[in-house]
Design a protein. Sequence first.
Length: 212
Amino acid sequence: MKDKTREILKVLYTDYPALAGISGEIESALEILLGGYRTGNKLLVCGNGGSAADSEHIVGELMKGFRLRRPLPDKIRRGLDEQYQSDHLADQLQEALPAIALTAHTAFATAFNNDVCSETVFAQQVLGYGKKGDILFGISTSGNSANVANAVKVAKVMEIKTIGLTGACGGLLRELCDVTIAVPENETYKIQELHLPVYHALCAAVENERFG
């Protein structure tokens, strides 16, 4: 782990001392994320309500530069220049850490919820998008959201690594996920207030390891 990455984690635990007690889980989740990205895999993220917003927030930090510049690989830059004489296009693009928010597909989700079953909507998306070696990040303040838990079950069968982000009890996700980050709060809004610094630190740490 790079020194700057260690500093990102140190700042997290300093600013939010309650999270120091789950540093092992946070750092295990980081290793899963790094392992998936090293092998060219992608991240799938899901949750409900505020956790759906968090899912899209995470994708926003990963799919473009978050805290660092992410210049295009030379091969792509050269290809754009040679084929299209387009330095401008290359200058406006950034290298991505591939991530998909399963919550963002409104037409599919409403059709599936109406025609099939709301409790398996994320599981269907994992089945469609997921590949061995990918990562599923399931967010649920209770840890018991049925649609998130079912997505994790499908992911496990497909050899997709799983990370849960929950409140203190952990719920079903604690039993199902490879790693569960159970932040030490029990009230929904307080859980969500700790989720944000956790996933911001994970996004910053992954970015630093890949591009720092």
